[in-house]
Design a protein around this ligand. Structure first.
Ligand code: RTP
Ligand code: MG
Length: 137
């Protein structure tokens, strides 16, 4: 278990449209840089509806799914690949809880967001999904 946590991994981080519109890209990148992770890819991207649906396919059928797809496709996103030891779980910690009102101060969502439906940034939830999500972009 300890060995697994010390493996070099890659994760997909995406600044969502509200994060881009609010000018938070630099701050979000800066948190990951300061932590010590390595930026290995970056692209400004208008996500088409079919790719947004594929990205969030685990949530298909849930009541918030149509709103989520509308949100993610509402403007450009910043797609990034980040590399480092334990980066998948660590990035999720730096991002904070899904509902920003439950996210701890010091996390991106805890400091910079209020609504679940406007929670500024995505991070992969497993190394497998990290690889899969990076591969689509
Ligand atoms: P993400 O995938 O975007 O990094 O967020 P997450 O893992 O923290 O949360 P997840 O459960 O995967 O949900 C994906 C995104 O869907 C929106 N959502 N809305 N009840 C709701 O209205 C609701 N629940 C989830 C959020 O934008 C969430 O980040
Ligand atoms: Mg998720």
């Amino acid at each position: 278990l300890v060995a697994a946590m010390e493996e070099v991994e890659e994760t997909y981080i995406m600044v969502k449209p509200d994060g881009v519109q609010r000018g938070l890209v630099g701050e979000i990148i800066s948190r990951f840089e300061k932590k010590g992770f390595k930026l290995t890819g970056l692209k400004l991207f208008q996500c088409p509806k079919d790719l947004a649906e594929e990205h969030y396919k685990d949530h298909k059928g849930k009541p918030f799914f149509p709103k989520l797809i509308g949100y993610i496709t509402s403007g450009p996103v910043v797609c990034m690949a980040w590399e480092g030891i334990g980066v998948v779980a660590s990035a999720r910690k730096l991002i904070g809880a899904t509902n920003p009102l439950n996210a701890e101060p010091g996390t991106l969502r805890g400091d910079l967001a209020v609504q679940t439906g406007r929670n500024i940034v995505h991070g992969s939830d497993s190394p497998e999904n990290g690889k899969r999500e990076i591969g689509k972009i």
